[in-house]
Design a protein around this ligand. Structure first.
Ligand code: PEP
Length: 253
């Protein structure tokens, strides 16, 4: 049985006060379910991680980071290592979010190293994959997502894979208000699960958690979650509003 998982990616939003306020409001709204029937994580900007970890210390809500660097330590100005993220109380880390692929230019090869570094450092990576609009329109979704999964998980054993969550996030649906239909999401999630089975074994395919991300909101969360292979949601915009995020958390139970 895969436990549902809802994660809120705050991107480059909030400040020292509003990040803590948001965390506290999410805890109070989701107390009966968060961590019990649904795993929940919030993913604030690096600089507010510690404050949010503190605000969530008596809750069952985990904290994740939005990125990681591949080396343990050294002369890498501006970068943050797995051990630093562990040190401030992070459990999860996003790897290969489409904004980092599109805006910063991260390659599958780099994302693969980030996933490996996260797992070696004791973090649980959330590997993001997804096709661009013209790739979908050109009928290339399976090819693109398949390539991303194979490249980004290259060299990872089945045991290490069990630490990872995959997030299918069609790029055309992120922050656009456009959502994949539940059928479109299910189709790609099933494809990813089958690929994991082929790359590893049936147990790995059965156990890997696959989240959908892309304009998930209170009005579409339950329908998306009803799909057989949708195990949870990675939420951007709607995770910045405590009421909306709590509604989504409850829809995932
Ligand atoms: C995201 O940032 O991963 C995301 C899915 O954003 P949004 O929900 O705003 O589309």
């Amino acid at each position: 049985m895969r436990k549902p998982f809802v994660a809120g990616n705050w991107k480059m939003h909030t400040d020292s006060q509003t990040s803590v306020n948001l965390a506290v409001s999410i805890v109070s709204g989701s107390r009966e379910v968060a961590g019990r029937s649904v795993a929940v994580a919030v993913i604030p900007p690096f600089v507010y991680l510690q404050a949010v970890v503190r605000a969530l210390s008596t809750s069952h809500i985990a904290v994740g980071a939005q990125d990681i660097y591949i080396e343990r330590q050294g002369a890498f100005t501006g970068e943050i290592s797995a051990s630093m993220l562990k040190d401030v109380g992070c459990t999860y880390v996003l790897c290969g979010h489409s904004e980092r692929r599109q805006v910063i230019g991260e390659s599958d090869e780099l994302v693969n190293k980030k996933v490996a570094a996260a797992i070696s450092g004791g973090l649980l990576p959330i590997l993001c994959v997804g096709e661009l609009l013209d790739e979908r329109e050109g009928g290339r979704t399976a090819e693109v997502v398949g390539r991303q999964i194979k490249s980004c998980l290259a060299g990872l054993s089945a045991e290490k894979l069990s630490a990872a969550t995959i997030a299918y996030e069609p790029v055309w649906a992120i922050g656009t208000g456009l959502t994949a239909t539940p059928q479109q999401a299910q189709e790609v999630h099933a494809l990813i699960r089958k690929l994991i089975e082929e790359m590893y074994d049936s147990e790995s395919g059965e156990e890997v958690r696959i989240l959908y991300g892309g304009s998930a909101k209170p009005s579409n969360a339950a329908e998306l979650m009803r799909q057989e292979d949708v195990d949870g949601l990675l939420v951007g915009g709607a995770s910045l509003n405590a009421d909306d995020f709590v509604t989504i958390i409850k829809a995932a139970v």
